[in-house]
Design a protein around this ligand. Structure first.
Ligand SMILES: Cc1cc2nc3c(=O)[nH]c(=O)nc-3n(C[C@H](O)[C@H](O)[C@H](O)COP(=O)(O)OP(=O)(O)OC[C@H]3O[C@@H](n4cnc5c(N)ncnc54)[C@H](O)[C@@H]3O)c2cc1C
Length: 351
């Protein structure tokens, strides 16, 4: 049986769209490649504490994210930024109190960003969601083939996947050159990044008057922040790695060991005794990034839906992901903007 709408991708964009279509009584199905929902949102737990390996912040002035947290009664708290900052030079020399806390005032969620995914997926009947279902081909007739060989059909198809990942799907007929060029020109926001989280039995750096914020010219992490839960009952530090993807690839354990050494230089010897260390390398996640994303853009790209991506296959193939959002592109808020715009368009248009 053909569905009216197939949403491909169960990240925040795809799920938020599915939740809106569900509320409007539409006939849709959501197809997700991974064995979990959330896409770039990935939260791990140690005991009852949650640690984000993807996005961890939203900011004042992002109303949709705040409203969603409110709707699911998810407590919001400010990024911990009390105390001195640390700066590490190329030789590993440490200075305190230099610079400013770049993430002060940023907002986090108790339970991590996965709490949003949980809230959204609870509002969607499980029969509408297919996990472990990577889409391999899409035809103009509406037939969708998964890598498993299974097939399904839909009248309208929404690609809620990063544009460069979408360009890797086989389309029949082949999409015009300008469309493929437009897709591959759009960097996956943060797609080349890797995030390391070390969990401790308590946020010990706070005892020394340190905020957990650090900038480093030595690495392997270049930017470090406190990742502890609001309660502070357990500690967490996270770093964005500055080591290039092709250098860190295949060296997970060595990178983790170097990162713990660095945390010890910056915050003291207690850092050598983590309960757990997690390393999430987004650059090598084929459902998030392409090889083009191994080179990060200079600054925040100008996102939005390029002209070439409008009205494909008489409007029956469309894009709904943070990178195509008309505002807040790249951010979580952008994913919600995309879903909102898409839902209102889909519920009013006749294709
Ligand atoms: C390390 C890191 C830190 C970040 N920090 C922040 C932050 O603090 N604040 C912020 O606002 N934003 C941040 N971001 C960006 C944020 O994660 C994204 O804006 C948001 O998660 C994008 O959601 P999305 O649904 O649009 O895309 P995605 O989350 O990429 O979802 C796409 C989905 O499509 C699926 N998919 C892909 N290919 C296929 C296929 N062939 N078939 C079926 N399914 C497929 C994927 O598995 C995935 O679930 C960060 C990103 C990263 C990587």
């Amino acid at each position: 049986m053909a569905h009216d709408i197939a949403i491909i991708g169960g990240g925040l964009s795809g799920l938020a769209l599915a939740a809106e279509l569900e509320a409007a009584g539409a006939d849709y199905v959501l197809i997700e490649a991974r064995d979990r929902l959330g896409g770039r949102i990935r939260t791990v737990r140690v005991g009852s504490a949650a640690f984000d390996l993807g996005p961890s912040w939203f900011w004042p002035g992002q109303p949709r994210l705040a409203a969603l947290a409110d709707r699911f009664a998810i407590p919001v708290f400010e990024q911990f930024a009390t105390g001195e900052l640390s700066f590490e030079d190329e030789q590993g020399g440490i200075q305190r109190g230099v610079g400013f806390s770049s993430m002060e005032g940023s907002l986090r969620l108790t339970g991590g960003m996965a709490a949003l995914i949980e809230g959204l997926s609870n509002s969607i009947p499980s029969g509408r969601i297919h996990l472990d279902s990577a889409v391999r081909t899409i035809s103009k007739t509406g037939d969708i083939t998964l890598t498993s060989g299974a097939t399904l059909a839909a009248r309208r198809i929404v690609l809620a996947v990063p544009p460069r990942v979408a360009a890797g799907i086989a389309f029949d007929p082949v999409l015009p050159g300008p469309v493929i060029r437009a897709l591959t020109a759009i960097p996956t926001w943060m797609g080349g990044q890797a995030k390391l989280v070390a969990v401790y039995d308590r946020p010990f750096w706070r005892d020394r008057g340190l905020s957990g914020d650090a900038m480093s010219r030595r690495g392997p992490s270049v930017e470090i922040h406190d990742a502890s839960p609001a309660s502070g009952e357990i500690g967490g530090l996270f770093g964005f790695l500055g080591v290039q993807p092709h250098i860190r690839n295949g060296h997970t354990e060595a990178v983790k060991a170097a990162a713990i050494d660095q945390f010890a230089r910056l915050f003291g010897d207690e850092a050598r005794r983590p309960l757990r260390v997690f390393l999430q390398d987004w650059a090598f996640e084929p459902h998030t990034s392409s090889a083009l994303d191994h080179t990060s853009p200079d600054g925040h790209p100008h996102y939005g839906l390029p002209h070439a991506l409008r009205d494909i296959w008489d409007g029956r193939l469309s894009f709904c992901v943070t990178e195509t959002a008309p505002e807040f592109g790249g951010y979580l808020e952008g994913a919600l903007v995309s879903a909102e715009h898409h839902a209102s368009r889909m519920m009013t248009e006749v294709v």
